[in-house]
Ligand binder design. Structure first.
Ligand code: SF4
Ligand code: SF4
Length: 84
């Protein structure tokens, strides 16, 4: 699953530098997660690191982007493993 930042985000900038996939950027008003880049940290960490650092717990699983562990691994592979 990709994750989603709720609109009560306080723009504290804690999550953005922690994302290994550079999936978090500042949007129109709050930080946003690109679901094409978010692997729920699969391939890097056991748990989503953005969720761990958010001081107000405003990052949730995005119900519009539910993915299996295998799909997340495939996304990770597409992002990082080049075919030779
Ligand atoms: S779960 Fe991991 S990959 Fe997804 S936005 Fe958060 S830090 Fe980035
Ligand atoms: S850590 Fe939480 S409150 Fe801070 S910018 Fe990220 S989503 Fe917003």
């Amino acid at each position: 699953m990709a994750l989603l930042i709720k609109d009560n985000c306080i723009n504290c900038d804690m999550c953005d530098p922690e994302c290994p996939n550079e999936a978090i950027t500042f949007g129109a008003e709050i930080y946003e997660i690109n679901p094409d880049l978010c692997t729920e940290c699969v391939g890097f960490y056991e748990k989503p690191t953005c969720m761990a650092v958010c001081p107000i717990n405003c990052i949730i699983i995005d119900p519009a982007h539910v993915e299996t562990e295998q799909q997340l691994l495939d996304k990770f592979a597409e992002l990082y493993i080049q075919s030779s």
